[in-house]
Design a protein around this ligand. Structure first.
Ligand code: ZN
Length: 174
């Protein structure tokens, strides 16, 4: 399902389990945040077509963290530059903290995973698996999780100014 959040921001959700994908168009670049699970590849491609896009037209892929239900589609985008935190992805992708796009503010939010990030774009916060709707939060019982880091990250988020929360999942907290 495609949900328009703003003219240049769309959310794509799926029938099967996997993260939401957010699609942004900034400075004429097509950016996606997270890639959902491998099972959702076909559905993702057909949704991109509905938006007059295709995997080839995605320029930048930003990964909020290194969990399979967010990274399952990374092989789909032949022309994209991939960004993530080195704390989660090592040297496999470009360092997200070096992304030169002033519209996107990258915030380190470890806790759910060591290299978890949130992305602030104007008044929208893309919160990955750190913060969900209704104040629920991501799991901290996974490898690389830390309850105390999660507390610090949530405090950091609480000081940010945003009015639209775009989390990695709806109700689930995987
Ligand atoms: Zn996760």
């Amino acid at each position: 399902m495609i949900r328009k959040i703003q003219d240049n921001v769309h959310q794509i959700s799926f029938k099967q389990f996997g993260s939401y994908i957010y699609l942004l168009n900034i400075e004429d670049k097509n950016i996606i945040i997270d890639t959902s699970s491998p099972e959702n590849a076909d559905e993702l491609i057909s949704h991109l077509h509905e938006l007059d896009l295709s995997p080839k037209t995605i320029d930048i892929v930003i990964l909020t963290h290194n969990h399979w239900d967010h990274t399952g589609g990374i092989d789909l985008f032949p022309n994209a530059k991939f960004y993530g935190s080195p704390d989660d992805f090592g040297k496999n992708f470009h360092d997200i903290h070096k992304l030169k796009m002033p519209e996107l503010k990258i915030i380190r939010t470890p806790g759910h995973s060591k290299g978890g990030i949130c992305i602030l774009y104007n008044d929208i916060l893309f919160s990955g698996d750190t913060l969900f709707h209704r104040g629920t939060i991501g799991r901290t019982d996974l490898p690389g999780s830390s309850e105390s880091e999660m507390r610090t990250s949530l405090e950091k988020i609480s000081r940010l100014k945003f009015s639209i929360l775009c989390p990695g999942h709806g109700i689930e907290s995987e």
